[in-house]
Design a protein around this ligand. Structure first.
Ligand code: KIV
Ligand code: ZN
Length: 510
């Protein structure tokens, strides 16, 4: 019998810490349902003490998910742990993850605490967390740069205090695979009560080694890996879930363990997260990149045609690549629509929202013959954004003609007031954004504009992401439409709506 390797997904927490990747409560619940379908063991849903929005999102995920454990992050303070305990109280299975930094540089320069104070706070916090759940994870932040003797002292003490999982973070992505694997081995050997807990690892990708370091740790006894879909996460990101899962599965000759992940849900999960966050997946990204299974060189194509395994170590369909799934068409009724959404794990808030989304589906089906699952995801995201709108797009005319200066005429509603503007620009999208700025004068700085077709074909919906920055805040806005200029206007307004909502959140590491 092989050991079970626990997959702890932190897309909704560390992934969300990527600048601009913040997610709404509804988006988090949709992603969590996809992770549950994939059979992720533990979903870290957020950092409840960060803001009321984060608290509510963790609570909503805890209420919705039954097949995975839901985890909330808390700094090693009673206040943070109380918030996490409260947010998770209805979870079928809950975990509290508490952490404090243990490296000399973090203790001295950031926390301004002595090692003994840090040790005491770690122990107190684990004990405190145990009153909410008997599933408590402790992380010594920046373990990769922590003195080994001190690390062993802290870990031994928190096991005695009741921690059940010890997570070893390489917070700044500093370690090398052999070194990190060696660290896990040493901890097992040196900590007297190490057999009472599961060792976990949490690696960042600053030197591109997050997956390699995690796998090296698994070969040295770690039985939980913290990772994210598409490797999303703070700075250069975290270890990517799809790479960890498929490396362990493909090299069963080397690994003494396997995961319970249903890998056929990986590609849909990757697309969902990339659509929601607006972070595109690079084409050559392992497993989920568009070219990951494409053979260009003639000699490769020839080999694959003769015998697939000449050039393929995994099968595309095993990780969820397949033709876009035809979902619904123009004649589909309300029930078929509702059932398909349920199959995709999408639950709409009320009958009223179902009705308006269904109307939008019919409008889309008039413009586009075949509706795919990806279209439905985009439609629901669009509808959710519309419901939170302070600025609403009422109408748009964009004109472009060879030899003429493009222009756009736009009408926006702000709290019931209609606002009109016309502007020219270097192209219809530029003219549209200028017209919006003429009305709203946001002064925000455009950091990213990207268009992706949701499915293939020129009748596909275009999904636009706009990233804006203002006064240190970075937000992503999304919009989808068969007309990419309209999708662009929706995305720009969606970003402005997010800036307008001014929700402030604390950062867990500060
Ligand atoms: O990178 C890190 O150290 C973290 C901890 C909170 C586990 O994200
Ligand atoms: Zn992290």
């Amino acid at each position: 019998m092989k050991d079970h390797l626990i997959i702890f997904d932190t897309t909704l927490r560390d992934g969300e810490q990527s600048p601009g990747a913040s997610m709404t409560k509804e988006e988090k619940v949709r992603i969590a349902r996809q992770l549950e379908r994939m059979q992720v063991d533990i979903i870290e849903a957020g950092f409840p003490a960060a803001s009321n929005g984060d608290f509510n999102a963790v609570k909503a995920v805890a209420n919705a998910i039954k097949g995975s454990t839901v985890c909330g992050l808390a700094r090693a303070t009673r206040e943070d742990i109380n918030r996490a305990g409260e947010a998770l109280k209805n979870a079928n299975s809950a975990r509290i993850h508490t952490f404090i930094a243990t490296s000399p540089i973090h203790m001295e320069k950031k926390l301004r605490m002595s090692p003994d104070q840090v040790l005491k706070q770690a122990v107190d916090s684990v004990k405190w967390a145990r009153q909410f759940t008997d599933n408590v994870e402790f992380s010594p932040e920046d373990a990769g740069r922590t003195n080994i003797d001190f690390l062993c002292r802290v870990l031994e003490a928190v096991i005695k205090a009741g921690a059940t999982t010890l997570n070893i973070p390489d917070t700044v992505g500093y370690t090398m695979p052999e070194q990190f694997g060696g660290l896990i081995h040493t901890l097992y050997e040196r900590i007297p009560n190490s057999d009472k807990v599961i060792f976990s690892v949490h690696c960042h990708n600053d030197l591109g080694l997050a997956v390699a370091n995690s796998l090296s740790a698994v070969l040295n006894g770690a039985r939980q890996v913290e990772c994210t879909i598409n490797g999303l996460g703070e700075r250069a990101g975290n270890a990517s879930l799809e790479e960890i899962v498929m490396a362990v599965r493909t090299r069963q000759d080397l690994f003494p363990c396997d995961t319970r992940i249903d890998a056929t849900h990986i590609v849909p999960a990757s697309k969902l997260i990339s659509g929601i966050t607006g972070f595109p997946v690079q084409p050559n990204k392992a497993i989920v990149g568009a070219n990951a299974f494409a053979h260009e060189a003639g000699i490769h194509q020839d080999g694959v045609l003769k015998h697939r395994e000449t050039y393929e170590i995994m099968r595309a369909e095993d990780v969820g690549w397949g033709a876009n799934k035809l979902s619904l068409g123009k004649h589909s009724g309300r029930n078929a629509f509702r059932n398909r959404l349920a199959d995709l794990g999408i639950e709409l808030e009320s009958e009223e929202v179902l009705n308006t989304t269904f109307m939008r589906f019919k409008e889309l089906a008039d413009k586009k013959h075949d509706i795919f699952d990806e279209d439905l995801h985009a439609l629901v995201s669009d509808e959710a954004l519309t419901l939170q709108e302070h600025y609403k797009l009422l109408s748009l005319t964009a004109h472009s003609e060879t030899g003429e200066t493009p222009y756009a005429n736009i009408v926006i509603a702000e709290e019931g007031k209609e606002l009109h503007a016309k502007s020219d620009g270097s192209g219809p999208v530029d003219a549209t954004f200028r017209a919006i700025e003429k009305i709203l004068s946001s002064g925000a700085d455009l950091q990213l504009y990207s268009v992706n077709n949701i499915t293939s074909g020129t009748d596909s919906q275009g999904e636009v992401t706009v990233r804006l920055q203002k006064s240190g805040r970075i937000v992503n806005g999304h919009g989808a439409d068969t007309d990419i200029v309209v999708a662009s206007a929706k995305a720009y307004l969606s970003a402005l709506n997010k800036l307008h909502s001014k929700l402030e959140r604390a950062h867990p590491q500060v």
